[in-house]
Design a binder for this molecule. Sequence first.
Ligand SMILES: Nc1ncnc2c1ncn2[C@@H]1O[C@H](COP(=O)(O)OP(=O)(O)OP(=O)(O)O)[C@@H](O)[C@H]1O
Ligand SMILES: [Mg+2]
Length: 372
Amino acid sequence: KAKASKAKQAQSRVKALERLELIGPAHVDSGFSFDFHKPDKLPNPMENLDAVRCGYRSEQGEVAILDNVCLSLRPESRLGLLGPNGAGKSTLIRTLVGELAPLAGRFDKDNDLAVGYFHQQQVDRLDHSDTPYQMLSRFHPKWSESALRSELGRFGFHGDDVFAPVGRFSGGEKSRLALAMIVQEKPALLILDEPANHLDLDMREALNMALQAFEGAVVMVSHDRHLLETTVDEFWLVANGSVTRFEGDLDDYGRWLQQNRRDGKPVKEEKAGDGLDAKARRQQAAQQREQLRPLKRQVEKLEKQLSQCDQELAKIETALGDDSLYTDDSRKNEMNALLGDQARLKKQHDELEEQLLEAMESLEQAESELTV
Ligand SMILES: Nc1ncnc2c1ncn2[C@@H]1O[C@H](COP(=O)(O)OP(=O)(O)OP(=O)(O)O)[C@@H](O)[C@H]1O
Ligand SMILES: [Mg+2]
């Protein structure tokens, strides 16, 4: 079973890569395009964690979030971290970055390792009066204005934008700026905590492409299924205080989440039962299920739309497999129309997938709040 789902995971990454290659030329038109630099050094291993306890220290004492974490990061590592909200993904990431010292165990990090760390609060921590232009010129003091502008342009900063104080930036602008700065650091290890959250589709696609070509290691947390599937090779599950290899794909993870919830239920039921007789409890349960219904319907609707979209996409892709499309000049218009449809459907697929993931998360949240 584990083997089968691993194969499936690899397969879906290959498929996603094929799709990326096909949409390549169309994507260039979107205006965003950047690359990570070739890392100067690729230490092996980059990092090694042996029985590490991750967590926080305060005046009241230590709070352990994860225990006995064993993990080795190598140049070819591409890890996706999965796990419910609050399970400790960001805590693990902050430990890998070196921001949180381990509470116990052994943590080794190569001295020459250049780490690029992306997280949501990154830009909020910067001096609010700083500007993209100033920030970039600190990395490249000798660059001309036009060189700096052209680099910033790759991340969507044009004209007066480059002199705007970052304190006024939107979430998307902040994320783009953070990415631009990480690129300048020439990382060998990229540690990305929900990098896509505020990015629009074009910029996500640019990030996705850049990650495909990146020659170092990646550790990523993301709710963007497409980004995960195309970027990482193995999943690790952060849950119940530990970090374990997850043998399966994202569909298996969806099932794992459901399973885990179901298994957790009876415990909750007993606790919530105090003071209610069986009938009152049944009524309350029915009422709560009723409240979940619109959310469930939304999930079902999106699943259906996504599967329709994928079927259409498959049809187009089959049609695009016809060699004569590319050799027969009289079929050029037909081919362009097919490529256009393909790009449109791919975009639709991504949007639907994202909406579905959000709907599933809302449902999950609502279910976890059930008391009966
Ligand atoms: N500075 C801190 N001191 C003590 N506990 C903390 C601190 N920061 C986070 N925590 C706790 O650590 C636990 C794990 O949080 P973390 O942010 O790592 O989860 P996560 O898996 O990244 O969640 P999400 O999916 O919501 O981002 C939570 O219970 C959180 O309350
Ligand atoms: Mg987090």
